[in-house]
Design a protein around this ligand. Structure first.
Ligand SMILES: [Fe+2]
Ligand SMILES: [Fe+2]
Length: 278
């Protein structure tokens, strides 16, 4: 029987991770695959990966991670910010891959019907470390600790003045779309960054959390009928239950991370979980 699966943080710039993607196959014909961001940095790597997966899975749904949004000097696609995101969406359309700019698809298989809502809401520096009461103070604490996310160098917010301003616009757009869903709609919310702060509490460097989400999405799983939330970014694969809703982190992560575990990275994870599966 086919199923609804999620994976993220494929980071195919690493040859071992690219080999992992080459070996990825659906468990059953017709499986859907949610790709929750951080496929890679180079535009052509993202395109290769999504083309490969779209040729194997029934439906592929993608949301951007911070790495897809980086503009690096060695990438022939030099677009920045919103323009880069729009170019990625256009590429996905050519492959038949669904994005946060498309009508939300409905999974009708086992555990359905559920509306799969790919989101792109970014972060706004509100997951602040203790002792910081605003973004400037949070950033200062991060700089003092030597923990500054590389996004500050490569993730341009153009045409927005800041990444948090881009996040404001994304939250407004996304809330409007989610509010349009008929009441009682069961959803799977997909976002690269966690929608709640709890998963970031175990970060080795708490200063890093400010690049990991927004306090403004904390109740979205309740407000918008989620039966599951799928995210990545933290490279800490696990499931946290909040208000009876599983928040499923589906990352593969860097080779140096998955090699530390006893096993090679697992395949895509089922995202429609019963409480006893957790
Ligand atoms: Fe990642
Ligand atoms: Fe990420």
């Amino acid at each position: 029987m086919s199923g609804l699966y999620g994976i993220s943080d494929l980071h195919v710039g690493f040859p071992d991770n690219r080999a992992f993607v080459e070996g990825l196959r659906p468990a059953s014909d017709g499986d859907w695959l949610i790709v929750a961001g951080d496929v890679g940095e180079r535009f052509s790597d993202v395109e290769w990966t999504l083309r490969t997966l779209a040729g194997r899975f029934g439906t592929v749904v993608w949301v951007p991670g911070n790495h897809e949004l980086w503009t690096t000097k060695d990438d022939p696609v030099s677009l920045r910010g919103e323009a880069r995101y729009r170019r990625l969406v256009e590429m996905c359309r050519g492959l038949g891959v669904l994005t946060p700019e498309d009508p939300y698809p409905v999974w009708e298989g086992e555990g359905g019907p559920v509306t799969v809502a790919p989101l792109f809401v970014l972060y706004d520096y509100t997951f602040r470390p203790d002792g910081a009461s605003n973004k400037e103070e949070a950033l200062k604490l991060a700089r003092d600790a030597g923990i500054v996310c590389t996004d500050e160098v490569y993730l341009y917010p153009d045409p927005y003045p800041t990444r948090d301003a881009w996040c404001d616009a994304r939250i407004a757009y996304t809330e409007r779309r989610l509010k349009e869903l008929p009441s009682g709609t069961r959803t799977v919310l997909v976002n690269h960054w966690p929608l709640i702060r709890e998963p970031t509490r175990v970060l080795w460097y708490p200063e890093f959390a400010q690049w990991c989400g927004s306090e403004r999405t904390a109740d979205w799983h309740v407000r918008f009928g989620a039966v599951s939330v799928v995210y990545g970014h933290l490279h800490i694969p696990r499931t946290i239950w909040a208000d009876g809703v599983p928040h499923v982190e589906v990352s593969v992560g860097y080779p140096r991370e998955w090699r530390k575990r006893d096993t090679a990275p697992g395949g895509p994870r089922p995202v429609l979980l019963a409480r006893e599966d957790a």
